[in-house]
Design a protein around this ligand. Structure first.
Ligand SMILES: CC(C)(COP(=O)(O)OP(=O)(O)OC[C@H]1O[C@@H](n2cnc3c(N)ncnc32)[C@H](O)[C@@H]1OP(=O)(O)O)[C@@H](O)C(=O)NCCC(=O)NCCS
Length: 149
């Protein structure tokens, strides 16, 4: 849970990517989101970090964010690295930064960080202390279709 520096040529930035970069990351790495979803997601998060190339310091090429109450309950979301920058340790740098923030800023006591892991992320998370829930607890999720009136 100690933050570490990114590899040469990259910088680690506290905060969130632009809406444009976020939408590009989503489309390239996970399911696409719309502008309204992106704005709310970035504005409503507790903490985030992204990685950029030194030559383009405001253009996010990898990111992660935490949604949470700031006390003890957090959800890890949007761990994404553009395909051409994957397997260089950037996801690990971002994850360690996010977890270090919980350690330094959450309320005293035991903090709980949850996530829903896609296959590429499993080892990354396990290497950083996450365990698959069970047998007592079962992770559950619900997708709700939202339509604007
Ligand atoms: C998951 C993801 C964020 C990892 O980002 P990354 O910058 O490539 O991660 P790192 O280079 O720090 O990898 C750290 C470790 O995670 C594991 N890992 C990363 N990508 C992996 C993959 N595609 N398959 C298997 N293990 C993987 C490896 O153990 C890796 O260490 P190693 O390269 O020394 O073997 C990236 O692959 C991604 O954006 N994937 C598509 C979106 C996604 O599935 N996000 C996770 C949602 S839960």
């Amino acid at each position: 849970m100690t933050a570490k520096n990114p590899p040469a040529g990259y910088i680690l930035v506290e905060g969130y990517p632009s809406v444009e970069d976020y939408l590009h990351l989503r489309k390239s790495c996970l399911s696409p989101k719309n502008v309204q979803q992106a704005g709310a997601a970035l504005k409503g998060s507790w903490y985030g970090a992204y990685v950029a190339e030194e030559t383009a310091p405001t253009k996010a090429i990898a990111m992660g964010r935490l949604v949470g109450d700031g006390g003890w309950y957090f959800v890890l979301a949007d761990m994404m690295t553009l395909p051409e920058h994957q397997r260089k340790g950037l996801g690990d740098v971002i994850l360690k930064k996010l977890l270090a923030r919980v350690k330094s800023h959450a309320a005293e006591g035991k903090a709980h960080v949850l996530l829903s892991a896609d296959p590429p992320g499993v080892k990354l998370y396990q290497n950083n202390g996450f365990r698959i829930m069970g047998p007592q607890e079962t992770g559950m999720g619900l997708f709700i279709d939202v339509e604007q009136e």
